[in-house]
Every structure is written in C-alpha cells, then in structure tokens.
Write a protein that binds this ligand. Structure first.
Ligand SMILES: *[C@@H]1O[C@H](CO)[C@@H](O)[C@H](O)[C@H]1NC(C)=O
Ligand SMILES: *[C@@H]1O[C@H](CO)[C@@H](O)[C@H](O)[C@H]1NC(C)=O
Ligand SMILES: *[C@@H]1O[C@H](CO)[C@@H](O)[C@H](O)[C@H]1NC(C)=O
Ligand SMILES: *[C@@H]1O[C@H](CO)[C@@H](O)[C@H](O)[C@H]1NC(C)=O
Ligand SMILES: *[C@@H]1O[C@H](CO)[C@@H](O)[C@H](O)[C@H]1NC(C)=O
Ligand SMILES: *[C@@H]1O[C@H](CO)[C@@H](O)[C@H](O)[C@H]1NC(C)=O
Ligand SMILES: *[C@@H]1O[C@H](CO)[C@@H](O)[C@H](O)[C@H]1NC(C)=O
Ligand SMILES: *[C@@H]1O[C@H](CO)[C@@H](O)[C@H](O)[C@H]1NC(C)=O
Ligand SMILES: *[C@@H]1O[C@H](CO)[C@@H](O)[C@H](O)[C@H]1NC(C)=O
Ligand SMILES: *[C@@H]1O[C@H](CO)[C@@H](O)[C@H](O)[C@H]1NC(C)=O
Length: 339
C-alpha cells in the first residue's frame, strides 16, 4: 500500500516538471505559446481504453480522447477515502509528446461490468486497482503480457474461475490481491515464480487442493492470507522460510497440523491433531497472533512477552491454555477477545 503514494507523487512531479519546462521554453525562446506540445495518448490506446470503459461500465470517465490524461475526470474523483476513481499517465515518452496510462484505480464505484482482457494491451500499466465493485467474469490470461505491472487488486468483486497460470509470468508483481471473490480451482504452481511478491491475499474464495510447494520461493512475502478456502493438506514447512512475514492468515481452512516451527501465524481450526505451541522464537516481526478454536496443549512460551510488536487475540476454544497462564503474563502480553 505504501508503494502507491510514492509512485503517484513521482508521476505528479514528472508532470509538473514537464509543464514548467515546456512553458519556459515556449515563452522565452519564441515569445509565444505556439510551440507548446500537448502530450497526447496514441489513438490505439484511446480505442483500448474506450473498450475497457465500455466493458467495465465506467460512467464517470466521460468521453475518452487523446487529451484525456489532462482531464479533470481522470485526475481524481474521490468521494471519500475508499471511493475513488483515478487514471494516471506518464507523459514523458517521445520527448514529452506522448502519454501512456500507468495506473487505473476505480474503487467502490459500483462497477457492474466484466473484467476486460484489453487491460493486457496497456503495456505501461503499473497498477490495476478495481477494489470493491461488482465486476464479474474471469481473470484474463492476457494480463500476463503486462511487463511492468506491480499491483493487481481485485478485492471484493464477483470474479469466477481459476487463477490463470499465466499470471505467474508477471514477475514484476508485488501485490496480488484477490480476496473475496468467487474464484476457485487449484492454485497454479506458476505463482511461485512471482518472487517480488510482498502481498498475496487469496482469502474468501473457493480454492481447492493444496498450497503448491513453489510458494516456498516467495521469500519477500510479508502478508499472506488464504483463510476461508477449502484448501486441504498439511501446512507446508516452507512457510518457515518466509522470514519477512508479518501477517499469515490461514484461519478456517481445512489444513492439517502440525504447525511448522519458526512461523508467524494466524492459524486455527486445525484438523486431526493437538499440537503443542509452535516455536515462534525467530518471528520477531510478528504483529498479530490469533488463536481461534485451537486445540493446542501445553503452556504458552514466555519469549512471546519480549516481542515488541505482538498482540495476541484469543478466541473461543483456547481457554484451557489461558487458564494455565500467570496473571502477569496475561496483563503484559494479551489482548483477549472472547466471542
Ligand atoms: C474495441 O472493441 C470493438 C468491438 O468489440 C472491437 O471491434 C475492436 O477491435 C476493439 N479495439 C481494441 C483496440 O481493442
Ligand atoms: C451501467 O451502469 C448503470 C448504473 O451504474 C446501469 O444503469 C446500466 O444498466 C449499466 N449498463 C450495462 C450495460 O450494464
Ligand atoms: C476531449 O474530451 C474532453 C472531455 O473529456 C473535451 O472537453 C475535449 O473537447 C475533447 N477533445 C477533443 C479534441 O475532442
Ligand atoms: C528527442 O529530442 C532529441 C534532442 O532534441 C532528438 O535528438 C530526438 O530525435 C528526439 N526524439 C524524438 C522521438 O522525438
Ligand atoms: C510473458 O512475459 C513476456 C515478457 O513480458 C512476454 O513477452 C510474453 O508474451 C508473456 N507470456 C504470456 C503468456 O503472456
Ligand atoms: C514458472 O517457472 C517455471 C520454472 O522456471 C517455468 O517452467 C514456467 O513456465 C514459469 N511459468 C510462467 C507462467 O512463467
Ligand atoms: C465451491 O467449490 C465446490 C467444489 O468445487 C462447489 O461445489 C461449490 O459450489 C463452490 N462454491 C462456490 C460459492 O463457488
Ligand atoms: C525483507 O525485507 C527487507 C526490508 O524490509 C528487505 O531488505 C529484504 O530484501 C526482504 N526480503 C528478504 C528475503 O529478507
Ligand atoms: C528454505 O530456504 C533454504 C535456503 O534458501 C532452502 O535450502 C530450503 O530448502 C528451504 N526450505 C523449504 C522447506 O522450502
Ligand atoms: C472448530 O474447528 C472444528 C474443526 O477442527 C470445526 O468442526 C468447528 O466447527 C470449529 N468451531 C468453530 C466455532 O469455528
């Protein structure tokens, strides 16, 4: 999330700088504005954007033409923090005469169309964020052509079908956020090629199978969530290799224990075993540990009390463990939620 504002401010400063330079040049050297070049979108990009707008049913983009990068509708429509529409361009191409769209953000605009494959025809895209709409259809494999895409966020929509394996081709991807859709099928092992990923959020879908072993390559992950899917199988050992993880959410899946050691976790509803408390010594960046409906035995280790950022949420089913603890540890470490 922190990435986006910095990209935005860079793009804006480029834009501002570009205009200042052009303005001075025109006035000082020629004494008129006649030489000012207005950067334009290429005609084929206008066509592609028009098709995207039609398919998503984006009513607030108005007429799209070659000067749209400069239009008020594109620059920012923000009703509140969560409801916004913004299209950003980079107009530095061809000595500042050509623009290309880099960011498309249309969040909570009640879009009711289908996810258009034409998004894959905008090779300068860095971000697609269509959070909280009613978009249906499937994830188009054509997105795999995007050579620079960093953020794909489609959270809370009505997308169906599997994640196409081709998405594993977008090695620049840092955030793949697909939570709360109607996606299904197995997770493609190809996603393990996305080694730049920091956030992989897949919760509240209908995925099947197991977490592929290739996900062990995703060593830059700091946020992985997959709760609410019917994923089965063991919790893979490799998640102990995700040393940058701060949130790991596996609640409500049907995966079986034991919990691997050296893992930061939000794991619960484990089937078929009664593991002792996992070894979390090395997970010093862990911020949240949720114990919900757990069947762990034994006492909670004292080193948790030394973790600077940690809050532990304890929910129903874990009371036996709580009762084993000293009153001081309860006070110092635990923020107890009972449901
Ligand atoms: C836009 O959509 C029309 C009609 O579906 C299609 O004929 C045309 O090829 C599309 N253009 C682009 C650039 O995708
Ligand atoms: C587009 O959205 C508007 C409301 O936002 C709706 O009235 C209209 O039927 C939609 N068009 C299509 C083709 O779905
Ligand atoms: C482009 O569209 C804008 C509205 O978004 C309009 O004001 C402008 O006149 C159009 N330019 C051309 C060349 O059609
Ligand atoms: C950009 O400007 C430089 C120097 O003015 C010129 O040599 C070059 O041909 C220009 N390139 C394009 C694509 O216009
Ligand atoms: C994968 O990415 C490369 C480089 O970005 C591109 O040339 C190729 O067409 C992409 N493959 C698919 C299946 O989209
Ligand atoms: C992912 O990497 C594997 C192994 O290098 C390769 O065989 C596969 O084609 C890659 N998948 C994609 C979608 O790029
Ligand atoms: C989830 O997947 C199961 C098995 O494939 C299927 O029976 C069920 O209808 C799916 N549910 C949804 C909401 O897609
Ligand atoms: C973890 O995060 C740090 C900075 O927060 C970064 O420098 C590092 O490359 C990341 N990846 C791994 C595998 O540690
Ligand atoms: C963890 O990473 C190390 C070093 O990269 C590797 O040797 C090991 O096989 C990985 N463990 C798992 C379970 O993937
Ligand atoms: C707790 O987990 C078990 C499976 O281990 C499940 O059957 C039960 O419904 C869960 N209870 C709650 C309250 O989530």
């Amino acid at each position: 999330m922190a990435l986006w504002p910095s990209l935005l401010s860079k793009t804006f400063s480029v834009l501002v700088f570009g205009f200042v330079v052009l303005h001075c040049f025109a006035v000082d050297k020629f004494g008129s504005h006649a030489q000012v070049v207005t950067p334009l979108l290429p005609p084929d990009e206008v066509q592609i954007l028009q098709n995207i707008s039609n398919k998503l049913n984006i009513t607030n983009w108005a007429t799209i033409n070659r000067t749209s990068c400069d239009s008020a509708q594109w620059k920012q429509t923000s009703i509140d923090r969560k409801t916004q529409s913004m299209v950003t361009c980079n107009c530095k191409f061809e000595n500042g005469s050509v623009c290309h769209v880099t960011n498309i953000r249309v969040k909570r605009f009640n879009l009711n169309g289908v996810l258009p494959e034409e998004l894959g025809d905008l090779p300068h895209l860095l971000e697609i964020d269509l959070t909280r709409n009613y978009i249906s259809g499937t994830i188009p494999p054509r997105l795999a052509q995007l050579p620079k895409l960093q953020i794909l966020s489609l959270i809370v929509n009505r997308l169906t079908g599997p994640i196409p394996p081709e998405i594993g081709n977008i090695t620049t991807l840092e955030e793949l956020v697909l939570e709360d859709n109607l996606l299904g099928g197995p997770l493609p092992p190809d996603l393990g090629n996305l080694t730049s990923l920091r956030r992989l959020l897949l919760s509240a879908n209908n995925f099947t199978g197991t977490i592929p072993d290739t996900f062990g390559n995703l060593k830059n992950l700091n946020d992985f969530r997959i709760d609410g899917s019917e994923l089965s199988g063991k919790i893979p050992d490799f998640i102990g290799n995700w040393t940058n993880i701060t949130t790991l959410d596996l609640q409500g899946t049907s995966m079986e224990g034991p919990i691997p050691s050296t893992v930061s976790l939000r794991i619960s509803d484990l089937k078929g075993s009664s593991p002792t408390f996992p070894d979390l010594k090395h997970m010093t960046k862990m911020e949240i540990l949720i114990l919900r409906n757990c069947s762990m035995t034994g006492s909670i280790p004292e080193y948790l009390g030394n973790m600077a950022y940690l809050n532990i949420l304890v929910r129903s089913g874990c009371f036996q463990t709580i009762l084993d603890m000293s009153y001081e540890m309860l006070l110092v470490m635990f923020y107890i939620i009972t449901t």
